[in-house]
Design a protein around this ligand. Structure first.
Ligand code: UDP
Length: 317
């Protein structure tokens, strides 16, 4: 298939682009390089530098694309609380421009990077796709609005859409890994301390209602996550919008992740408890039954593999 990957110079977009190329697809990456890296675009993909608003319509018109995989987004929860307008503009506004460009060019399918943040504070775990969506920050709210727009474009314009709601993504695929300028995620931050970059891991709160008091999250390897996109692409059906959670269905606490990083790296990783980070739910665990049953997806890489691959990636840089 001829595929447009928005945000293909970013962490997840670059890994999925590599997997799509390996599967024999033609890949064009559209990325404004605001947070992505030109050298992360896999060899064999064509990079077009630009925003969705300015570039998508011209790129798609008459070019015979079969589908779009849409990763381009702002994704920092804290920043979204400080600058909600930026998140509505970049995430929702640019996605609407993309959807309209698809409609006009007759591109029939889209796989979209949605997020567990659309659910907000869960009433119960594991979280089902049918659970209430009550995002607690502009990042999650903007992604939920895109899910809603996708459902409408499917119903009214016949597009086939799949939203994958990511839980916590980790790991690396060879030379493709997490390279955020502002790193907020737990595993890369712990591994930086293991490398000697900083004194101690900050554990954001140990007074949550969880077994060891630290937050519990559902971690999924970026390659397993990437494989789900190829299955989702095949599952796009005209006129329907489907939503799948993408997590492993089991959780690890922040302390358990730090301990696993100590074991994998063989390094002494000091940690200190600091106050809670505002807006962190105590536990986020996906029900992955729907994606397993309907798309036949299964996670194959465990937490130690995620940490090991991220560690190899970090040390190679
Ligand atoms: N966390 C932490 N120290 C860090 C980074 C994260 O204690 O340096 C905690 C964070 O409060 C959350 C969990 O680790 O409970 C996962 O955070 P991350 O930012 O990786 O993902 P999120 O679940 O927020 O999407």
């Amino acid at each position: 298939m001829k595929l447009l990957v928005t945000g293909g110079a970013g962490y997840i977009g670059s890994v999925v682009s590599a997997l799509l190329l390996e599967a024999g697809h033609e890949v064009v990456v559209l990325d404004d390089l605001s947070t992505g890296h030109e050298d992360a675009v896999p060899e064999g993909a064509r990079l077009v530098r630009g925003t969705l608003r300015d570039t998508a319509a011209d790129l798609l018109a008459g070019a015979g694309f079969d589908a779009v995989l849409h990763f381009a987004a702002k994704s920092l929860v804290g920043e979204s609380v400080e600058k909600p307008g930026l998140y509505w503009d970049k995430n929702l506004g640019e996605s609407l421009a993309l959807l309209d460009a698809m409609r006009r060019a007759g591109v029939p399918r889209i796989v979209f990077s949605s997020t567990a943040a659309t659910y907000g504070e869960p009433e119960s775990t594991p979280i089902l796709e049918t659970d209430p969506t009550r995002p607690t920050n502009p990042y999650g709210a903007s992604k939920l609005a895109i899910d809603t727009a996708l459902a409408e474009y499917a119903r009214l314009h016949g597009i086939g859409g799949v939203s994958l709601r990511y839980f916590n993504v980790a790991g690396a695929y060879g030379r493709l890994g997490e390279r955020h300028t502002v790193e907020t995620h737990l595993i890369p931050n712990v591994l930086k301390i293991a490398q000697g970059d900083g004194a101690a891991v900050k554990l954001f709160g140990d007074d949550y209602p969880t077994p060891d008091g630290t937050c519990v999250r559902d971690y999924v390897h970026v390659v397993d996550l990437g494989r789900a996109h190829l299955l989702a692409l095949d599952a796009c059906a005209p006129g329907t919008h489907q939503i799948f959670n993408l997590g492993c269905g089991s959780g690890y606490s922040v302390r358990e992740v730090v301990e696993a990083c100590r074991e994998v790296t063989g390094r002494d990783i000091p940690a200190e408890v600091v106050p809670r980070r505002p807006g962190d739910p105590a536990a986020l665990i996906a029900s992955s039954e729907k994606i397993q049953a309907e798309l036949g997806w299964k996670p194959e890489r465990d937490l130690r593999t995620m940490i090991g691959d991220a560690w190899t990636f970090l040390r190679s840089r």
